[in-house]
Design a protein around this ligand. Sequence first.
Ligand SMILES: [Fe+2]
Length: 382
Amino acid sequence: MGKLFRTNEMFHGANSLSELKSIKGNKAVIVIGKESAMASGSLKRVQTILDEINIKHEVFSGVEPDPSIETAMKGAEFMSKHNPDWIIGLGGCSSIDAAKTMWALYEHPELTLELMSKGEIPPLRNKARFVAIPTTSGTGTETTPLAVITDRVKGVKYPIPCYDFLPDLSIVDGELCTTLPTNVTADSGLDALTHSVEAYASNIDDNYADAFAKGSISLVFDNLENAYNNPKDVDIRQKMHDASFLGGYAFANSWLGIAHSLAHQVGGMFGVAHGRANAIVLPNVIRFNSKSSDRYPDLAKLIGKETAEDFASEIEVLRATVNVPASFKECNISEQEWNDKIKAMSQNAFNDVCTSFNPRVPTVEEMEKIFMACYNGTKVTF
Ligand SMILES: [Fe+2]
């Protein structure tokens, strides 16, 4: 028997933001990043709808990329002061993941990052419910039981698994993405692709997740380059937004693998954008995993190819098409600094929760070798 994990209610399509009017309550805290929700007008649109349905609202702004536990604690204090019965995460994955973590700390102030990263979060919804409104297409966090928070002192990103993080309402409105910068379109789109590839190949077998993953992969290959070149095209933006949701749906049920374990470390240590780090490691992770997984030829067939190596190579072609670097060296990380941190990163990647779902069980030494190949832009052959 299986259970399908997903957001409780979801609206999608251009102008689906108007469905926010379906919520009932007294007060909302809207969690946003630094500028884009204000500059694009999406915050104003959310506030206007809340005014129309007589829900008071406050804004917690300034969530940084790769949000820290300190930011989450500040947000929780803000919530304790204003007592919302709705929390609205509006923006990219950073805003929504931070909002999820603030929500957990608002309901349970005694929680620590250590407890949360082990998934030890008591039930939520004693004080508030949660709305996710993504404005980037990649994370899928609007339908996942996961938030990622960074410990800046250790330079480690912690995935926080919690099934209560699945939102009460998700709004997947491609119109909100038309002001995304091209580099964010590329990085986040390749993050969505990584979610779907890892979910499909993971050691959890789930026909439903597989279908969502395949749908998402086809959408990314068919539309990412177009979204990159035609940012104002709402129809194409919606397709990438749908790809992101489908990828999130897939990994909410089949989880991820070591591409994410590796990418979390490079993001935490060197600040490489999450999707970009995934895009650099994914082809080599496919090569590594394909020695003990027969899943990748299925995915190659989706794009008219045959083998795992074909699929890995096509991802490299797509990556180049949207101007994402092919190696960490090209991300301007110094060799000295990389070598200083490689042992710790390899150990942390091995310990990452995503590693346990990978189809091939890696050693710490293999993690290090994959890291080195991805630093130098060479192919994994073992
Ligand atoms: Fe991701």
